[in-house]
Design a protein around this ligand. Sequence first.
Ligand code: SF4
Ligand code: SF4
Length: 283
Amino acid sequence: EQTRRKKPNWLRVKLPVGKEYAHVRKLVDEHKLHTICESGNCPNMGECWGAGTATFMILGNVCTRSCSFCAVATGRPPEYDEDEPRRVAEAIQLMQVKHAVITSVNRDELKDKGADIWYRTVAETKKSSPETTIETLIPDVKGNWEALYRMISAGQEVVSHNVETVERLYRRVRPQAKYNRSLEQIKLTKEFGKRTKTGIMLGLGEKQDEVHKAMDDLAAHGCDILTLGQYLQPTKMHIEVAEFIHPDQFDVYREEGLKRGLKYVESGPLVRSSYHAERHVNV
Ligand code: SF4
Ligand code: SF4
């Protein structure tokens, strides 16, 4: 039986400090605002909030899928909240967010895959915070390209869609997704004229040549930005960590990704898909 591996010291959480962080912290507490940064207990909060970046989740907190790495509850989600676009836009305005990352659960049961709420959330945010740049980290739309185009046409600067892992591990890691369908979604997003981004978690048992192959595939499908971070098991019920990748190897992967045609690679043990997101707007 596998014992839980002890975390190496390069994964120690950084303490949130700094004046900007304290300012955002106060606004969040005062207005009882909700961010993924906090609910996910993200180790980068000090840095991200200090830089004016925060992540928000829309379309509820119950997901129709059951990815083996993810802590979000699986089930049949309740109806969605028509007022959510307004509330998220208001939170972004109150927090004085400079760069907002917006993400969602999968809503496979909805005909439009949640595209309307997506569109309205981005549009409302652009209206109330015109200076704020937006990255939308969108789900797999199961090949519903009409939904995709609605989701990505509200003026967001970056559209990301995470492939999460290498092709061989899809059945175990993203059972309801398809590697090639996610690549196709990225390609169509690029052709639509958006800046494209994806993320891969390392430490799930992938081999180096499989990571290189994923980089080649992504570059060939018009992906501009790649984030690489260490997978950490949220609870014992989730897929185990196969390996803790050394920080030096993350550096090697960054160079490799750039060589293989990606424009920007964010690579490090604590990198999350929204880490340093404000830097990706101008890639
Ligand atoms: Fe929030 Fe993402 Fe930064 Fe973590 S990496 S603090 S979730 S913006
Ligand atoms: Fe989690 Fe997204 Fe998978 Fe749903 S689709 S289980 S939110 S990773």
